[in-house]
Ligand binder design. Structure first.
Ligand code: SF4
Ligand code: SF4
Length: 394
């Protein structure tokens, strides 16, 4: 079975499981049962693959926790599963410790750059790490379950050096299976009209613990995690970053566009140079999958002086502009293919989109999938370009 067929088959299996639990009643019990079954199934598939194909390669073991010093993200459904579990399993002392951990983590990481977060890594373990073990192990998030390493030494090196770009060889089957499990959870939540936006773990737990009946309110379609200023989610924090970068970009550059059916080409103009500096900006829309595809994004801004964050601001603006032209909805996908180096240096660091690699990397390239977050972004300054002879071929 090739990878696409395997992906479809596994997705269908996960969807069948969730439907069996949720069709009669979209309830707390149904969601918790579906999550547990998906987690168990994913674990048994991965274990099976490791036994048959990758025997002895994974070096993870109980008590090894260098990976538990990363800031992790999870879906609201997973956060609420954890919340329900700690509600019965945690002692008062555990809860007090958890509250302190959340506050400490927020003080050290909230609103801080990735570089700063990496520097404080050693002093901000995961809020659930106790004596180098996970205190919520039976309900730990899908992303934690997906982590593996073929080299314990590489994990130690990455932790001690603070190099967040360290290459740690991991099990691709584990990444693949748990990624699909997580996407299924998000798809099902979206289908039922409840919030599925990924959240940072400490903020998500803060929201759960400081609100009455968070599960019920979330099930009722309330954007519980958006409403509380104390627990700003990823969308809020990305907006504040771009709130500064977009005006800086627009001071120096302007954008115009030309639409041809499902494609839009953008033209980037430098106010200082008084000329167009890039036409290699093309997005297309798939009405079938209701997703955006970044066909070309070479804004050439790295040639400009003081260019830091300008490419990010440019991408941010054209994605939001194209999304409004094509009527893209919250949580739709944005696809792009790029070189590995560019992914590491640029896309993986973007704070505005939740970019994930969704296929194995080839030697040079990786396919990337982002999630579109609806933000109140003004794009009316991107005006229609004078008609040109024809759209740049791509
Ligand atoms: S991923 Fe690395 S740090 Fe985490 S358990 Fe495995 S070997 Fe240890
Ligand atoms: S939730 Fe558990 S497994 Fe995940 S990072 Fe925290 S301590 Fe580690």
């Amino acid at each position: 079975m090739d990878r696409t067929n395997a992906e479809d088959a596994l997705k269908n299996l996960f969807i069948q499981i969730t439907s069996a639990h949720l069709k009669p009643d979209f309830s707390q019990l149904g969601i918790k049962a579906a999550l547990h079954e998906i987690m168990d199934l994913a674990a048994s598939i991965v274990e099976n693959v490791h036994e048959t194909q990758e025997e002895d390669r994974v070096e993870c073991k109980s008590g090894c926790s260098y990976c538990c010093y990363n800031q992790i993200k999870l879906t609201p459904a997973e956060a609420l599963l954890i919340f329900s579990w700690i509600d019965t399993a945690f002692t008062d002392q555990d809860r007090t410790l958890l509250g302190e951990r959340i506050q400490n983590n927020r003080l050290l990481t909230e609103g801080k750059s990735l570089e700063t977060r990496v520097r404080v890594k050693k002093s901000s373990p995961c809020i659930f790490l106790q004596q180098e073990k996970c205190s919520i192990y039976p309900v730990r998030p899908l992303i934690c379950r997906s982590w593996t390493s073929y080299s314990h030494e590489a994990c130690v090196d990455a932790f001690q050096s603070g190099n967040h770009n360290s290459e740690i060889e991991t099990s691709s089957s584990s990444n693949f299976v748990y990624y699909l499990a997580r996407e299924t959870v998000r798809t099902v939540c979206r289908y039922h009209g409840v919030d599925s936006t990924p959240l940072e773990l400490p903020r998500a737990m803060d929201c759960c613990l400081t609100n009455k009946e968070p599960f019920t309110r979330w099930l009722g379609g309330e954007h519980l995690f958006d409403r509380l200023p104390a627990c700003r989610n990823m969308e809020d924090s990305t907006f504040s970053f771009m709130d500064i970068q977009v005006p800086a970009f627009l001071d120096r550059f302007s954008l115009s566009y030309q639409q041809d059916g499902s494609c839009i080409e953008y033209f980037l103009y430098s106010r200082e140079k008084e000329r167009e500096i890039s036409t290699e900006l093309i997005l297309s829309y798939s009405s079938h999958s209701k997703s955006l595809n970044v066909s070309k994004f070479y804004p050439e801004l790295y040639r400009e002086t003081i260019h830091k964050y300008m490419s990010a601001a440019c991408l941010f603006l054209i994605i939001h502009h194209a999304a409004s032209v094509f009527g893209i909805h919250r949580d739709s996908f944005i696809f792009l293919e790029t070189r590995n180096q560019v992914f590491e240096a640029f896309y993986s660091r973007l704070k505005n989109f939740d970019f994930l690699i969704h296929h194995d990397r080839t030697a040079d390239n990786c396919n990337v999938r982002g999630i579109y977050h609806v933000l109140p972004v003004e794009t009316s300054m991107i005006t229609a370009a004078e008609p040109r002879a024809e759209m740049t071929a791509f």
